[in-house]
Design a protein around this ligand. Structure first.
Ligand SMILES: Nc1ncnc2c1ncn2[C@@H]1O[C@H](COP(=O)(O)OP(=O)(O)OP(=O)(O)O)[C@@H](O)[C@H]1O
Ligand SMILES: [Mg+2]
Length: 369
């Protein structure tokens, strides 16, 4: 994956954004504006362009479409820069159809870049919800490993089918045979998923503590671990387990155990980060996890994703933002960072490679180079 940098973006009918042309620089783009003016919407537009989905929960075309739009179609036109080679990239999407064009030619799968969304507010969800942790890991591992994404997809379909059998055993005469067949698939997928998740933890662990140190200038041991029953099990052993589990699952009418219930343990100097860290330390740990992931991405693809940072200023104390800003300045990734905070904006304006945008009612009112 070679990631381009977004140079221009023009949107039509995307939430409250007007169709002005946003011109981004390769360094740090600060999007400044009062609450409710469209800063997060602009990040969402870039994310949708590159990752083909929103970072907001349960959000698809109907939510993203401008409520005042006349024609029910969103168009995102952009230019991406690959070390001086420019390509145009356009997405047209409606309720029924999504078309993507790379230099005017239809393109189904490849996007010109990938983005990583950083929202310190998510630290709370990450620390308190296993569903959030699982989704976070799945979507980030999916960015690094297409095969993981595909196998997970197949697993999810298989488990859905398994559950539909379990909930209707009274009506399905040969349900034991059907369960056996589906369990063969489920076990194979489970082995691959577990192995890939465990490897992902190992790889991330190489980057999280050094990233914490690089950003916050403090030395701590941050560690992630996969909490899964199937760790180091092969498909045959998982299959035997599902077979022995049949009666319990039939009674419960749902698959009780499996990689869909896996969890992740995050520790800080050997202690559970949720139970022992202050809220600030949890946020710092969570940010280190994301920026550690971004380093792992670079390690794997030799190219950085676009980094979209939503309102970090309200979440960290003064010294910590300074640390983060310095860290961003050292890095060669393209950043779009939003803030409603005047002081944080000033901090960003002092940087060499930065540009500030003023966003008001979805309109870019002025910008400074
Ligand atoms: N589909 C839509 N069509 C038109 N406007 C929308 C749509 N969805 C959301 N909005 C509007 O977008 C605005 C919110 O934008 P956004 O979340 O980007 O604000 P923000 O600048 O990030 O604010 P904050 O600083 O509070 O995070 C709201 O005024 C909301 O009404
Ligand atoms: Mg916002």
């Amino acid at each position: 994956m070679n990631c381009g940098k977004v140079q221009k973006l023009q949107v039509q009918n995307f939430r409250n954004l007007n169709d002005n042309v946003f011109e981004f620089i390769k360094g740090i783009n600060c999007i400044f504006g009062q609450n409710g003016n469209g800063k997060t919407n602009l990040l969402e537009a870039v994310y949708f362009l590159t990752n083909k989905k929103s970072f907001r929960k349960n959000t698809s075309f109907p939510q993203m479409m401008d409520i005042e739009g006349v024609k029910p179609e969103i168009i995102l036109q952009s230019v991406f820069d690959f070390d001086g080679d420019l390509i145009s990239y356009t997405v047209r999407t409606s309720d029924k159809l999504e078309e993507r064009f790379w230099n005017s030619k239809p393109e189904k799968s490849k996007t010109p870049s990938l983005s990583v969304f950083v929202n310190p507010f998510d630290s709370y969800s990450f620390h308190t919800s296993s569903t959030f942790r699982r989704q976070w890991m799945d979507s980030h591992l999916g960015q690094l490993d297409l095969e993981y994404k595909q196998v997970l997809n197949r697993f999810q379909k298989a488990i859905k089918f398994r559950n539909s059998i379990l909930s209707a055993t009274r009506y399905i005469k040969d349900y034991p045979a059907q369960l056996k067949a589906i369990d063969l698939q489920v076990s194979e997928y489970s082995e691959v998923i577990t192995k890939k998740r465990a490897d992902f933890m190992q790889n991330l662990n190489n980057f999280i503590s050094p990233t914490f140190k690089a950003i916050f200038a403090e030395e701590h041991q941050l560690h992630l671990e996969l909490d899964s029953m199937f760790l180091h099990w092969n498909a045959a052993k998982i299959y035997d387990f599902y077979r022995s589990q049949e009666r319990i699952d039939v009674e419960a009418q749902v698959t009780q155990v499996g990689v869909h219930r896996d969890d992740y343990l995050f520790s800080f100097d050997g202690l559970n980060s949720f139970e022992f860290c202050s809220l600030g330390q949890q946020k710092m740990s969570f940010l280190s996890l994301i920026f550690g992931f971004i380093e792992l991405f670079q390690f794997k693809f030799n190219s950085y994703p676009i980094v979209l940072i939503d309102d970090v200023s309200g979440e960290l104390d003064g010294q910590r933002w300074k640390n983060l800003v310095q860290y961003l300045e050292q890095k060669s990734f393209q950043v779009l960072i939003t803030t409603a905070n005047e002081n944080f904006k000033k901090e960003l304006e002092n940087l060499k490679f930065s540009r500030t945008f003023f966003l008001e009612h979805g309109t870019l009112s002025s910008n400074q180079g």
